[in-house]
Write a protein that binds this ligand. Structure first.
Ligand SMILES: Cc1cc2nc3c(=O)[nH]c(=O)nc-3n(C[C@H](O)[C@H](O)[C@H](O)COP(=O)(O)OP(=O)(O)OC[C@H]3O[C@@H](n4cnc5c(N)ncnc54)[C@H](O)[C@@H]3O)c2cc1C
Length: 456
């Protein structure tokens, strides 16, 4: 095959990473893209999501940003408060994010982000979705071709032959398990010991309470912090919804380790966990209808030895699951997609042929481009969580002093999400530009080393 755009690209998973992979390859002109998803439809859990400038930069190139932006809230400040008293520890003003990084910092609805990616995919005739179809096993990782088996819910399983397999199959990634097994490695799960409630309150719920209404009508992202717990809150969907995402010790999942990663939570248990938080927070938590409390288990992994093997590579939570404290999990998955498409598109055609080892090497370049950055952000999110969750003592006193100092000077604060220095590192990043600038050199280095991700 002499035309890289004729390569068969198979994607496992239609989460943020999978949708973005399909769209990224279609936008590059690839003609044969298939997406296999276990679920019968997109079915995204309703919740808010942070839409930082580094994400907006990628989405804008695909023509997806304008619609998401129109419904989103542009955050101009972040208020970090003591959960128990509502006392403000720091107010970080960020009115100039758009000026500094080309795009504002927004928060929005997950359905808005996923819906826009899906809409973008539907306009591309190159993309075929296979819903209700699960990856069962991988028979060969290549490098020449990958072979895998999928099972549609109501039909017999069948085999698929592909030139590239992108596994965006999430935190429980079966592809990761299979890939690591072949290279005699494993993914060590790091028990974060944390879980999250995700809550959405409607304007109708909040409008009788002036204090709540003020929050809903603001452009401020709030974080109430306490020992081992915190709550993040911001308005989304044209300020018709107030989104709250909590983080607390994982007791329910820990008590029943075989259950899935999300479960119906118990409202009284939730109220008990935050029982010592201020009346405003408790009034909001009380508004959650009984039976609509949803709890997520927060998991992460130690860095993987490899993301790539032959014609197969991992994307998103499959290779770098993260705690949500930096709001970059989905963003990293979408950036991965943009970078892997950039790398495969740059594969050289030699003597009218695409060398399969070169294709595998291009996937390895993607991994090299993304690994250090994503693992740095994963570590930073974990670090930020530890700092936010400090209990009484000297370390907490020092943290609160730094919050107060940051407020005065407008510089670094212990909440890394709101810290201008960390924002600069994250928001100024242009993953596509980086891939374009570094591909050739990294690709040549791998060729010289003769390491191309092929099984030893
Ligand atoms: C509480 C919480 C808050 C968060 N807040 C933010 C935020 O503000 N900003 C942000 O950027 N990120 C946030 N994240 C992280 C973000 O949600 C994830 O990082 C992101 O959704 C990962 O996308 P993904 O496509 O890699 O995986 P997933 O979204 O998990 O998608 C994987 C897909 O693969 C499918 N699949 C799995 N196995 C198979 C199989 N065998 N065959 C076929 N399909 C399969 C699944 O059904 C699923 O659809 C948050 C996460 C949590 C838990």
């Amino acid at each position: 095959m002499a035309d890289v755009k004729e390569l068969r690209v198979s994607v496992i998973g239609a989460g943020m990473g999978g949708l973005a992979c399909a769209l990224a390859f279609a936008k590059k002109g690839f003609k044969r893209i298939d997406v296999y998803e276990t679920a019968s439809n997109l079915g995204f859990v309703g919740a808010g999501i942070q839409l930082a400038p580094n994400l907006a930069r990628v989405l804008d190139r695909w023509g997806c940003w304008a619609k998401i932006h129109a419904e989103a809230t542009t955050v101009t400040s972040s208020s970090i408060r003591e959960g128990s008293t509502n006392k403000e520890l720091s107010l970080v003003q960020m009115p100039d994010v758009a000026e500094l990084y080309g795009y504002p910092h927004c928060v929005g609805h997950r359905a808005s982000l996923a819906g826009s990616l899906f809409e973008g995919c539907q306009k591309e005739s190159a993309i075929t979705f296979h819903f209700s179809t699960a990856l069962e096993s991988i028979k060969s990782f290549g490098p020449d071709k990958a072979f895998f088996t999928v099972k549609p819910r109501d039909r017999e399983a069948y085999d698929v032959e592909t030139d590239i397999l992108l596994a965006a199959d999430g935190i429980k990634s079966p592809t990761r398990t299979a890939l690591l097994k072949v290279i005699n490695s494993s993914a060590e799960v790091e028990d974060t010991g944390q879980a999250a409630y995700r809550i959405m309150l409607s304007r109708a719920d909040m409008e009788k309470d002036p204090e709540m209404l003020e929050l809903l009508d603001s452009d401020c992202a709030l974080r109430w912090i306490g020992e081992k717990r915190h709550i993040v809150a911001y308005p989304i969907s044209n300020k018709t919804i107030y989104n709250l995402s909590t983080c607390q010790p994982d007791t329910n999942f820990a008590a029943a380790p075989s259950v899935t990663y999300t479960t119906r939570g118990d409202k009284s248990a939730m109220l008990k966990v935050y029982g010592d938080f201020c009346p405003l927070v408790l009034r909001m938590l009380n508004l959650v209808p009984e039976g609509e409390v949803c709890e997520w288990r927060l998991r992460s992994h130690k860095p993987l030895e490899s993301w790539t093997l032959g014609a197969v590579t991992l994307v998103g939570d499959a290779c770098h699951p993260t705690l949500p404290h930096l709001g970059q999990g989905a963003t990293m998955a979408i950036e991965d997609a943009a970078v892997v498409a950039e790398c495969v598109n740059a594969v050289p055609v030699t003597d009218g042929k695409i060398d399969k080892t070169a294709l595998s090497r291009a996937l390895k370049v993607y991994e090299l481009l993304r690994k250090e950055r994503t693992y740095t952000l994963v570590d930073l999110a974990a670090f930020s969580g530890r700092t936010l969750h400090l209990g009484e003592g000297k370390a907490k006193d020092e943290r609160d002093r730094q919050f107060a100092e940051g407020r005065k000077k407008g510089n670094s604060v212990p909440d890394k999400w709101a810290s201008p220095d960390v924002q600069k590192m994250i928001y100024s990043h242009d993953c596509v530009l980086e891939a374009q600038e570094k591909f050739e050199e990294l690709f040549a280095d791998l060729a010289a080393e003769k390491t191309n991700g092929v099984a030893p």
